[in-house]
Design a binder for this molecule. Structure first.
Ligand code: NAD
Ligand code: TYD
Length: 353
């Protein structure tokens, strides 16, 4: 049996591929365009493993996707491919529209044609799992209840609006064509292979480089944080047992203001790799101009996936963040390659510019 994963060289996608091949023996076809966020070094430990087939390409390329579906006959497609960084979506929304909306639409069209032609057993077993975000629900006031699956969509950034649009398309393909879809809306992930443009890895690498730790606005914006491996387990579980057409919110029950996160990272670095001058890393915290339209609070009510599918996070924030900081300290070569763009050299050599 085989699954097709899109965006499997990115942060969550690569963690998912590694987790999948740890947990199962089922081949993964990994289709990734290798944008700035895709890094094959994340998958270096799979070198020579025939269960991982990497394909360099665009998930919106119908000819390529049709060919992959016909050749490999996957029993499921898991869609991670996206532009994922809110700040980039504010500076340049066009890529988010093209990738997250048009790309997902093209993928759905290819999958619909493939699924429609399957024989009845394979057709009934097939799944399309769409990986989405809690940001589609918008921003919560401090005292409001956490997002349930029924919460109305109120996306506030070009990123979250584009993800919301893709969620709606996935929903419509189920409602209209009966495509067997599942959607997960997850909170902020953290862990190994996280690109250092996002809050936690940026703080870890800037702290060690002696650079400022930029906190937007007052630093009191709240996010719910989930260790990436817990997200990967949740996706496996939804794929295995989720009810068709349903949405599952995935979260860590770990609501924290950004400033607390930054202080926690600083304190762990003080313990694990103290500054040469003996001063605390928190001295590097710098308050910078707030993100335009910055959502104040996200919080996930993850009771549905817990009660219906028996999934619960295994890591607490304390255990997960310690592992994460330690991973970055143990992998300076990965960080250096990402920062220098060195990871692109191999891609250029292999695939041309
Ligand atoms: P990421 O930016 O690290 O990785 C995205 C991957 O998609 C990269 O490998 C990139 O090369 C690939 N990609 C981009 N455009 C492509 C295209 N046209 N064709 C094929 N591949 C393409 O993102 P991530 O943080 O790993 O997020 C993965 C998914 O999970 C996204 O859909 C995101 O919206 C969602 N999500 C992320 C978080 C989070 O905290 N990071 C939380 C919830 C949901
Ligand atoms: P980010 O990691 O970009 O994820 P998202 O915007 O998808 O939640 O940011 C997490 C939070 O941290 C968000 O409230 C913005 C804030 N932030 C900073 O304060 N400074 C930074 O340098 C970055 C990248 C984010």
């Amino acid at each position: 049996m085989t699954i097709l994963v899109t965006g499997g060289a990115g942060f969550i996608g690569s963690n998912f591929v590694l987790d999948w091949l740890e947990a199962t023996n089922e081949t993964v076809i990994n289709l990734d365009k290798l944008t700035y966020a895709g890094n094959l070094q994340n998958l270096a430990s799979l070198a020579g493993d025939a269960r991982h087939v990497f394909v360099h390409g665009d998930f919106g390329d119908a000819a390529l996707v049709n060919h992959l579906l016909a050749t490999h006959q996957p029993r499921a497609v898991v869609n991670f491919a996206a532009e994922s960084h809110v700040d980039r979506s504010i500076h340049g929304p066009a890529d988010f529209i093209n990738t997250n909306i048009v790309g997902t639409f093209n993928l759905l069209e290819s999958v619909r044609a493939y699924w429609g032609a399957l024989e009845s057993g394979a057709k009934a077993a097939f799944r399309f799992l769409h990986v989405s975000t809690d940001e589609v629900y918008g921003s919560l006031a401090k005292t409001e209840a956490a997002f349930t699956e029924e919460h109305k969509y109120e996306p506030n950034s070009p990123y979250s609006a584009s993800k919301a649009a893709s969620d709606h398309l996935v929903r419509a393909y189920h409602h209209t064509y009966g495509l067997p879809v599942l959607t997960t809306n997850c909170s902020n992930n953290y862990g190994p292979f996280h690109f250092p443009e996002k809050l936690i890895p940026l703080m870890i690498v800037n702290a060690q480089a002696g650079k400022p730790l930029p906190v937007y606005g007052d630093g009191q914006q709240i996010r719910d944080w989930l260790y990436v491996k817990d997200h990967c387990r949740a996706i496996r579980r939804v794929l295995e047992a989720g009810t068709l057409g349903e949405v599952y919110n995935v979260g860590g029950w770990n609501e924290k203001p950004n400033l607390d996160i930054v202080h926690t990272v600083c304190a762990l670095l003080d313990e694990l790799k103290p500054r040469a001058d003996g001063k605390p890393y928190k001295d590097q915290i710098t308050y910078v101009t707030d993100r335009p339209g910055h959502d104040r609070r996200y919080a996930i009510d993850a009771r549905k996936i817990e009660q219906q599918l028996g999934w619960k996070p295994a890591e607490t924030f304390e255990t997960g963040i310690r592992k994460t900081v330690q991973w970055y300290l143990d992998n300076p070569a990965w960080v250096a390659n990402v920062q220098s763009g060195g990871y692109k050299d191999w891609v250029n050599k292999q695939y041309g510019s």
